[in-house]
Design a protein around this ligand. Structure first.
Ligand SMILES: NC(=O)c1ccc[n+]([C@@H]2O[C@H](COP(=O)([O-])OP(=O)(O)OC[C@H]3O[C@@H](n4cnc5c(N)ncnc54)[C@H](O)[C@@H]3O)[C@@H](O)[C@H]2O)c1
Length: 378
């Protein structure tokens, strides 16, 4: 079997998920290329050495440019913080190497457009880590929508709420730095926008409202020094979609009790669909015109009839986990590079998501409806 040399930048939460996905994918899927864990880059030599050992990479470096330039690295995978996505991706593309990058694509729309344009000019394959789109039940939701089973869509109610910043003593991190693509909208709102686009289609206009709920936070854990927060802790917005559907969307990282409430309700002329990532092996479907006294939602439980579920398990209801979504995601880029498919979502789609994020931010700042299309000048 042909192999592909992987260079991974970053070994935190996402780096470990990506490494696990490369190690597992060829045993589960009939992929055209088998990943070889060639080089790991981290912020300093100690971290790099330890991460390469535990994640089983052949070599390590504390300088990501060395990784990008290494001839054995054939796919550059970026799981470093947001502000490093743009320089690393551009360096890899300049070398003609494909790029798999975590979300959001970049810290600004300008950066995102540069990355999209560079990848398309160079003709390199790209993939962005909007992993929730890879869930077989989300693929099923899209099939239900596209087949017309719930009729013509008229409402999307979407939210991504978590509580990891709800404690006012949670310290300042790069997630709170506007220069580094911080804020709840960019960090987690990007996921609900990716789902809205996947299920309903492009958003034509948005009207946002953003607020900083905790205006200052300790500089570091237990520090008495406080730092001002300039990004949003929560964002709400109204949306109009190109197909006439309308919606409300929100992002919050200060919603006590919500651990992974990436959720939506879709209403159409013939039924409704309800989903919540905290129970992501389930999809709730309501079909109109049920018998009086017998009306209700039915729960679809994930199983071999849904997408790639059967690659992991032959029995229904046994459930997939988050790391399995990353394994499915990795198949996208391997199939694109092996010539048997295309990877999704790519830099173009991630740039469209970024346009929507920026449109929400501007609409909130200017208190007016704003179209993501106004963001595209090239
Ligand atoms: N797809 C998802 O569901 C999801 C979930 C969480 C985070 N993310 C995204 O993944 C990215 C990383 O987030 P995370 O939660 O894994 O963060 P993290 O802090 O856990 O990991 C980031 C790693 O990058 C390393 N790093 C920093 N500077 C570096 C440098 N110059 N060279 C090499 N490595 C460097 C850090 O030492 C750290 O180990 C972010 O873009 C984030 O938005 C995506």
């Amino acid at each position: 079997m042909k192999t592909i040399g992987i260079g991974l930048v970053g070994s935190g939460f996402m780096g470990r998920c990506h490494a696990n996905a490369y190690s597992s994918v060829a045993g589960l899927f009939d992929v055209p290329l088998k990943p070889k864990l060639k080089m790991l880059a981290e912020a300093n030599p100690e971290l790099a050495k330890e991460a390469a050992r535990s994640l089983q990479f052949e070599r390590f470096t504390a300088d990501w440019t060395e990784l990008v330039n290494d001839p054995e690295v054939e796919l550059v995978d970026i799981t470093a913080p947001n502000h490093l996505h743009h320089p690393i991706a551009l360096a890899a593309i300049a070398k003609g190497k494909p790029v798999y990058c975590e979300k959001p694509l970049a810290c600004t729309l300008e950066e995102a457009k540069t990355m999209r344009d560079a990848s398309e000019s160079a003709g390199v394959a790209t993939l962005v880590g909007y992993n929730y789109l890879q869930n077989p039940m989300i693929q099923t939701a899209r099939e239900i929508v596209q087949s017309g089973e719930i009729g013509e869509l008229f409402s999307f109610r979407g939210v991504h709420a978590e509580d990891f910043m709800a404690d006012a003593q949670a310290p300042y991190t790069n997630r709170l730095d506007a220069e580094q693509g911080g804020g709840a909208l960019y960090d987690i709102g990007s996921h609900i926008i990716s789902l809205a686009r996947f299920l309903v289609g492009p958003l034509s206009e948005v009207m946002g409202m953003q607020s900083t709920v905790i205006p200052e936070r300790p500089e570091a854990t237990n520090s008495k020094q406080m730092k001002t927060v300039k990004v949003d802790d929560q964002t709400h917005f109204l949306a109009r979609f190109e197909n006439g559907c309308s919606g409300t969307l929100e992002a919050s990282w200060v919603a006590w009790g919500r651990k992974m409430h990436l959720a939506f309700e879709l209403n159409g002329s013939k039924g409704s669909l309800v989903f919540n990532q905290e129970r992501f092996n389930e999809l709730r479907l309501y079909e109109a015109n049920q018998s009086p006294g017998r009306e209700g939602f039915k729960t679809l439980h994930s199983g071999p009839d849904h997408g790639t579920y059967s690659k992991f398990c032959p029995a229904p209801g046994h459930q997939l986990g988050f790391n399995e979504l990353k394994i499915i995601e990795v198949t996208q880029i391997l199939e694109a590079l092996g010539g048997s498919g295309s990877s999704w979502p790519d830099f173009r789609e991630a740039c469209e998501i970024q346009k929507t994020l920026e449109a929400v931010r501007i609409s909130a700042a200017e208190s007016r409806w704003f179209s993501p299309d106004e963001m595209e000048t090239t």
